[in-house]
Each structure stands twice: as C-alpha cells, then as structure tokens.
Design a protein around this ligand. Structure first.
Ligand SMILES: Nc1ncnc2c1ncn2[C@@H]1O[C@H](COP(=O)(O)OP(=O)(O)OP(=O)(O)O)[C@@H](O)[C@H]1O
Ligand SMILES: CC(=O)N[C@H]1[C@@H]2OC[C@@H](O2)[C@@H](O)[C@@H]1O[C@H](C)C(=O)O
Length: 401
C-alpha cells in the first residue's frame, strides 16, 4: 500500500489532527497561515488556534497576481506560470512560518490550502448562456504545496461546491456552523474582507435555516481608489480619509442600482463586478465625476455598509436583530464599522475573538475545518435548507511524493 494512503487512513482515525489553514484573499495583502488543532469532527469539532501569521505579500507578488486577477482576458502563459509559482511560494511560506514557530513539518498532519481566487464567475455574473453553470478559479496548485512542504495537502475546495450546484462560495457557512453556533442567541458572522459576507446561525440550531451569502463590496473598492488617489497607501488607514468626506446621495443611489442587491439569497460576487469601472459608470450616470477624493471614499464606505444592510433586511425584515460577530480586515476601519452599526441599530456588535478565534485568522481557520471534515467527517448537510447545496466533502488531496 502507498504509505501516504496508510497515513491518510491513520489521520482520519486519530482523535485530533494538526492542520494548517491557508488563505489568500481578494485584498492581496498576504497569505494567512493558521496552525490549528482539531479534535473530533462534525458538530463535535473542537478547535484550538495554535499559531497564526499573515505573511505580507511583496509588491512583486501582488503585481504578478494583479496581471490576471479578476480580468476576463489574460495571458494563458502568465496564468500557467503563476499557478505553479504561487503553489511553491505558499509552500515555502508555510515552511518559514513553521521554522519561526519552532515546529517541524513532520508535526503537521495536513495543509488546507485555499489558493488565490483569480476569477469568480457565478452564472448571474458571467451571463454566458452557452455555459449554463457557475464557475470559479483558484491558483496555487496543491501538488506544489505538498511537494514543497512534504505535508499532505488538501486544496481547491471550491470546485466540489460548484459541481454540487453551488456558486463555490461562501464556504464559510460550514465552519461557522460547526464552530460558532449557539442555542443562546441568533448570530450573524460578518466577514469584512475585499468582499463582505455573512453567515446566519439561528439559536434554534436548525441546519436548514443556516446560510451564508456575499452581500457586496467590503474593502475592495475602498482599497482600489485609495491606491489610485493616495499612492503611498494601500487602504484607508483607520477610515480617516472617508471620515473627512461627506457621502454623496446621488452616487450612492447609482452604486446601489444593480440587480445583485435584489437577487435572492444566498448569492456571491467579486471584484469582477465591483471594481473601479463599476464606480466610474455610476459616477457618469449620477453626474458625480468631480467628487473630491474624501467624498468619493465616504460614499464607497456607505455603499459597503448599505450592501450589508440590504442583505440583512432581505433575510430578516426591515429591522434585523442578531448578535453580530465581525471578522476580516474591514473591522479595523472605524468609519465603516460606524456606518454599519448606524444602519443596524437593533444588532449587538462584537468580533469573533469573543468566540475564541482571532478575527484576522478566521477564514484560514475555516479551511482547516473543511479539510478536517474531508479527512474525518461525515459531511455537513445543509442541502435541504436555505443554502441549497447538498452535503459534499471538499478539497482535492495531494500527496507529497
Ligand atoms: N487599520 C485599518 N483601517 C482600515 N482598513 C483596514 C485596516 N486594517 C485592514 N484594513 C482593511 O482590510 C483589508 C484586508 O482584509 P482581509 O485580509 O480580511 O481581506 P481578504 O481576506 O483578502 O478578503 P476576502 O475575505 O474578500 O478574501 C485591507 O486591504 C484593508 O482594506
Ligand atoms: C470566490 C472567492 O474566493 N470568494 C471569497 C471572497 O472573499 C470573501 C467572499 O468573496 C467569499 O465569498 C469568499 O471567501 C470566503 C472565505 C468564503 O468562501 O466563505
């Protein structure tokens, strides 16, 4: 028997596993590396975050990813080269993190690697009728991570979700449900990444009512315009630029004038739609092309907050009431957080640290949970409910040799 397969069987039967979750999100700020200890599986899962680091990307890495990122047309050569290069880079960054933590690769059971989304194409967005299905593409091939680290690697989690009829995202729902459900309160797990999304976890613990949805832009538009208007910054530091401006009602209205906001939940989106071209078209339509930089950023901040609010109202009526636990980089932007809180006055706000998981680590942790389910679980069933995707095990398995 292939010794790696024997090792896989052994892993599946162990009472606990050490799994490194890797996430490289739409903000391209770096690679999140979360070393987790997972006991059990399914609703009995117990997670301990042992170590966490965000390894910042160099300008060179960002530039290479941006050459293909969210672009409908790219060089096929570039895409091919980047896929292998990013896989090796992610593997190397895992080794460097382990070295700095004083942990040897042999002490890790598996890597759960999300890779880098370069194009997300739900059917409602691509509208290519000759392809009547959803699609999404993540780079950083798992074989390269496995060979570089010597650790069994699970990767490319989103394809199975698409194959089972989903949009390939948000996958947060499965981990959120297993880790953060509580019978004491209705919870909204709000992640403010490049794209914002939330997971609803009812106090009833009814799996059929649980769902996760993208709601619109989080930081992606803010980051893009800050980079253009203030080249020395990559994001609006503590929301200061937006706080110095005034939101423009006409532009906000034009930004919200898209079928995505009325589409049924759950739904997904990405920077393929919400990008500077989208904003400029809205500025043209609303005759607001001459807006000052701070007024533009104030409006984009309100736009993100309003997208979240509309999705919450769509799900729960005009006055949503829940305990909101924030995560993702946008929670460090007080102007954005104030705009969200103002619109959802009946919600109570805190962050996932209060649930035992550092907010910046949450997405990487969730991929470790997905890998744990694939290795040792029996499948998180949500297909009968609002999420409308049958239970599937996600992630392809790469052996190190
Ligand atoms: N102090 C801060 N002030 C304002 N914004 C901040 C601050 N710190 C982080 N951010 C925002 O958070 C972003 C990074 O967020 P995060 O790492 O959650 O994104 P991501 O994981 O790439 O996104 P996604 O979840 O969409 O894949 C930064 O680009 C910036 O917009
Ligand atoms: C296609 C893709 O990579 N989507 C990401 C992105 O970043 C945030 C939002 O858009 C979410 O839908 C998803 O990531 C998280 C981790 C998810 O799947 O839950």
């Amino acid at each position: 028997m292939n010794p790696h397969l024997a090792r896989l069987c052994q892993l599946a039967q162990q009472p606990s596993r050490r799994i490194i979750g890797l996430m490289s999100g739409t903000s391209l700020d770096g690679l999140d590396v979360a070393l987790c200890r997972l006991e059990g599986s399914g609703p009995a899962t117990r997670l301990t975050l042992v170590q966490f680091a965000t390894v910042p990307y160099t300008d060179d890495v960002r530039t290479r990813i941006r050459r293909v990122f969210a672009r409908a047309e790219v060089s096929l050569e570039e895409l091919t080269l980047l896929n292998a290069w990013l896989g090796t880079l992610h593997g190397q960054l895992v080794l460097e993190c382990l070295h700095s933590w004083g942990i040897s690769p042999a002490e890790v059971d598996a890597v759960a690697s999300h890779g880098q989304t370069v194009y997300h194409a739900p059917e409602h967005q691509h509208q290519r009728h000759e392809y009547p299905h959803n699609a999404t593409l993540q780079l950083a091939d798992g074989d390269h991570v496995a060979v570089r680290t010597g650790i069994i690697t699970l990767s490319d989690f989103r394809q199975k979700h698409v194959a089972a009829g989903g949009e390939g995202a948000p996958l947060a729902v499965y981990g959120d449900y297993l880790l953060f459900s509580s019978s004491s309160e209705d919870r909204l797990l709000l992640n403010l990444g490049g794209i914002a999304n939330f997971t609803y976890l009812p106090a009833s613990l009814d799996a059929a009512a649980v769902f996760s949805t993208d709601v619109g832009p989080g930081n992606t538009l803010l980051d893009a315009f800050v980079r253009e208007l203030y080249p020395e910054h990559s994001y609006d530091p503590d929301g200061r630029f937006a706080a110095a401006g005034t939101s423009n009602a006409e532009l906000l209205q034009a930004l919200l004038d898209h079928s995505f906001f009325a589409a049924e939940l759950p739904k997904t989106t990405g920077p393929e739609l919400f990008n500077p071209t989208y904003v400029r078209a809205a500025q043209q339509r609303s005759s607001t092309t001459a807006l000052s930089p701070t007024d533009l950023l104030a409006t984009l901040t309100e736009f993100s907050a309003e997208g979240i609010t509309r999705a919450a109202q769509q799900a729960f009526g005009p006055e949503p009431r829940a305990a909101v636990y924030a995560s993702g980089g946008g929670m460090h932007n007080p102007t954005l957080m104030a705009a969200i809180k103002r619109r959802l006055p009946r919600c109570r706000f805190s962050d996932t640290q209060h649930l035992g998981v550092a907010p910046d680590a949450k997405e990487a942790v969730l991929f470790a949970v997905l890998a744990n389910e694939t290795l040792a679980g029996s499948g998180v069933a949500m297909g009968s409910g609002r999420q409308r995707v049958p239970a599937v095990h996600m992630g392809k398995i790469s052996l190190p040799s």
